[in-house]
Ligand binder design. Structure first.
Ligand SMILES: Nc1ncnc2c1ncn2[C@@H]1O[C@H](COP(=O)(O)OP(=O)(O)O)[C@@H](O)[C@H]1O
Ligand SMILES: [Mg+2]
Length: 391
């Protein structure tokens, strides 16, 4: 079991968005995941449409008349995805426990009760460095610090690092901090300047994954859903799936590809698309045959369909390589997995003639095709390779 705090005392830098969407993409990869909402503002609880009267307050407070165990307040929000909800009362714990010895170990003791039930426990921290955040870091193996590409949230990292060092020195508990760049806006030159500064300042501590600005993340939260349930092909889903893969790869956990079968253009699909409009079909006799013109079209379409195209990448060190792109709506599943032999990874797909954008995903990391000079910078700031399939 791995416990990960998501903290930064700066508000609005993507802590809750990361907590919700990393929890859901880890569970999507088959990992039993618990998200503990430790923020009295309860944004993660609300962002997943969970309504509950109880919170960790009922487990920790000595004043509550409704004392509960953590197991009593866990709520399921999806397959392999549970939450411990929060409410405003959690914010009173700091004062209540101000003089108590061992108060920084409250969360450790509580999580002990559910040891072994989960593969990952994520903790969404409040935007402060008080009792709750210290408890969370003390209970964690790792710390994710979401940082926007703005100066203020970079300062937050220094304070958190000080706390992490204190927890290591005074409480003898080492925690591995990692910085996650969030809300990266590739339309702004400033973002790239800040990205370079962060790469310098946090070298070795940065996730390879960068979370881009994506309105779907905001919309999903408003709808009370994780983004992969709201729109699984959007950039936000892609980024958080990539983050989950990066963490799973580092932890040597299996990565479970998406189960949905990609809708590659098939002859049957084109035939269906070429049929007469639905209302005509409904009134047509059962023995309806396509018109001559339609048959011609069908023949033309089927002839120029399905040109065998091979993607290949030399990556001798890689453990898994996928290819995805505009040819399959950037979806990612077993159909995209490339076969590796002697360090050369290949995948043959059947494509209609046209120009397609694509990227490889090597051990969870997205990259362009290094052997293809034909490429373009996409609107997210990274590079798409381009392939032309000729008729
Ligand atoms: N990558 C993103 N792209 C667009 N909006 C985002 C992104 N990450 C977070 N947001 C939005 O920014 C606001 C603050 O994010 P949130 O995760 O709640 O931050 P925090 O928990 O650090 O206060 C929310 O409205 C959220 O929907
Ligand atoms: Mg939050």
């Amino acid at each position: 079991m791995k416990i990960i705090s998501i903290a930064n005392q700066k508000g609005g830098c993507g802590k809750t968005t990361t907590a919700i969407n990393l929890a859901s993409t880890l569970s999507f990869n088959g990992q039993k995941t618990l998200l503990i909402d430790l923020d009295p503002q309860a944004h993660a609880t609300l962002g997943l449409n969970v309504e509950d009267q109880n919170s960790l307050y009922n487990c920790i407070s000595k004043l509550t008349p409704h004392k509960l165990k953590i197991k009593d307040i866990i709520k399921p929000v999806g397959k392999s995805f549970d939450i411990v909800p929060s409410n405003v009362l959690v914010g009173t714990l700091e004062q209540e426990l101000a003089d108590e010895i061992g108060r920084e170990l409250k969360l450790v003791e509580i999580i002990d009760e559910i040891k072994g039930l989960y593969d990952y426990i994520l903790i969404d921290c409040p935007p402060s460095l008080g009792f709750l955040t210290v408890n969370s870091i003390r209970a964690s193996d790792e710390l994710i610090i979401p940082v926007e590409t703005s100066r203020f949230s970079m300062q937050g990292v220094d304070h958190l690092m000080d706390i992490t060092n204190l927890i290591r020195e005074r409480l003898g508990h080492p925690v591995k901090p990692k910085v996650l760049i969030t809300m990266f806006d590739s339309r702004l030159r400033h973002s790239f300047t800040m990205l370079n500064k962060m790469k310098e300042k946090f070298s070795g501590m940065l996730f390879d994954t960068i979370v881009h600005v994506n309105v779907k993340l905001k919309e999903a939260a408003v709808m009370g859903e994780a983004v992969i349930r709201y729109d699984k092909y959007c950039r936000g889903s892609k980024d958080y799936l990539s983050l989950a893969r990066e963490i799973l790869t580092a932890d040597r956990q299996p990565i479970v590809p998406e189960v949905k079968v990609t809708s590659m253009p098939t002859v049957a699909a084109v035939l269906e698309a070429l049929q007469e409009p639905k209302e005509v079909q409904a009134s047509a006799p059962a023995s309806y045959q396509p018109s001559e013109r339609m048959q011609e079209l069908i023949q033309k379409e089927t002839q120029e369909l399905l040109k065998a195209t091979t993607f290949s990448l030399a990556a001798p060190e890689a453990k898994s390589v996928y290819v995805t792109g505009s040819f399959n709506d950037w979806s990612l599943d077993e159909n995209c997995r490339m076969a590796g032999q002697d360090g050369l990874w290949t995948l043959k797909v059947s494509l209609k003639p046209g120009t397609y954008k694509y990227q490889f995903i090597v051990d969870g990391k997205w990259q362009e095709d290094p052997a293809n000079a034909n490429m373009e910078r996409n609107s997210f700031g990274d590079i798409n390779s381009l392939i032309e399939v000729k008729a």
